[in-house]
Design a protein around this ligand. Structure first.
Ligand SMILES: [Zn+2]
Length: 317
């Protein structure tokens, strides 16, 4: 009896303080980083991050630097995937794409968020900048923190993970559509080798607001109906890690306005999409950083990280 008691005392502290790789990453996700990323992206100096405009270019440069400093390598030869779109005149845009190579090079999983927004409003003398703090600096902050958390875990994932920051979403999902089209059209290097299979995609678009002030835990989780385990993962992780979220599971065909998961979904890729619903500041000049619920952004970021960890590492996924 006494021996057993001593053994328990000796083992207990070790098990409390030894974190798994997954937990090391999870606990690196934090509120000050969410505040910093959203604050900078939604600042007036980035002029509403309009695709093809100076503010959008500045934003993409800032995002590239964060990937680089965190040791996230580029998916292509450079971090930028440039493309043009005929929008009366031709507009040049660019996605920002980082990755962590997995042990199995033939499978990839992707998490993405669009960084572009609506730019500057003409003839608006007081406030003229569409800051887009919720839409979608909030989602971008999640992708950046998750990329850093995967690094922080110290473990190489089973599958390659791509961290995608899309341009041109507000003009009609242009960045994500270009990526998907290019991906499936790309000519294989060797005749018998095709591009790695995209096993899953997670989208974060507008994850920072309360539906009403009395409902601070509300988040909508959309996921592919043929993958019911996505809903179970979220429920289990909320319980296990004490996330302060009350998810509403909504059918994929009820997505308001569409977002960057759609081009993936059309190719049959299993998807998860997080969103905290429309609000009175949606696509208004008043979508400001001081209206964000940062605790909620952090908990949704953690939920998406845990989902992505499963997609990247579960053998039978
Ligand atoms: Zn929008």
């Amino acid at each position: 009896m006494r021996t057993l008691f001593f053994i328990i005392i000796l083992i207990l502290p070790v098990s409390i303080y030894s974190q798994s790789a997954l937990e090391k990453g999870l606990y690196s996700i934090n509120k000050p980083d969410a505040e910093k990323y959203i604050g900078i992206l939604a600042s007036d100096s980035l002029e509403g991050r309009k695709a093809g405009a100076a503010g959008g270019l500045m934003a993409s440069e800032y995002l590239k630097n964060i990937f680089q400093e965190a040791g996230i390598v580029s998916w292509f030869d450079t971090y930028f995937q440039s493309f043009e779109y005929e929008y009366r005149k031709s507009v040049k845009m660019r996605n920002v794409l980082g990755c962590i190579r997995g042990r199995h090079a033939d499978e990839v999983v992707i998490i993405g968020a669009h960084y572009d927004h609506l730019g500057i409003k003409k003839n608006s003398p007081n406030d003229s900048i569409y800051n887009g703090a919720d839409d979608n600096a909030s989602g971008v902050s999640a992708v950046l923190q998750i990329a850093k958390a995967f690094k922080e875990s110290g473990e190489q994932p089973l599958r390659t993970v791509i961290f995608a920051l899309w341009d041109g979403e507000e003009m009609g999902l242009l960045g994500s559509s270009f990526f998907v089209k290019d991906y499936y059209n790309s000519v294989p290097v060797f005749p018998l080798m095709s591009a790695p299979v995209i096993k899953g995609y997670i989208n974060c678009d507008m994850i920072g607001r309360n539906k009403s002030e009395s409902d601070a835990t509300h988040v909508v989780s959309y996921f592919s109906p043929e993958r019911p385990e996505f809903g179970e993962w979220l429920k289990d992780d909320i319980e296990k890690y004490g996330l302060n979220l009350a998810p509403e599971f909504r059918s994929m065909d009820k997505v308001p306005g569409g977002s960057d998961h759609m081009p993936f979904q059309q190719k049959g890729v299993p998807v998860i999409f997080y969103n905290t619903d429309l609000h009175p500041d949606y696509h208004k000049l008043t979508d400001h950083a001081d209206r964000i619920n940062y605790d909620k952004v952090v908990d949704i970021t953690k939920a998406a990280y845990l989902n992505l960890w499963n997609m990247a590492n579960l053998k039978n996924f």
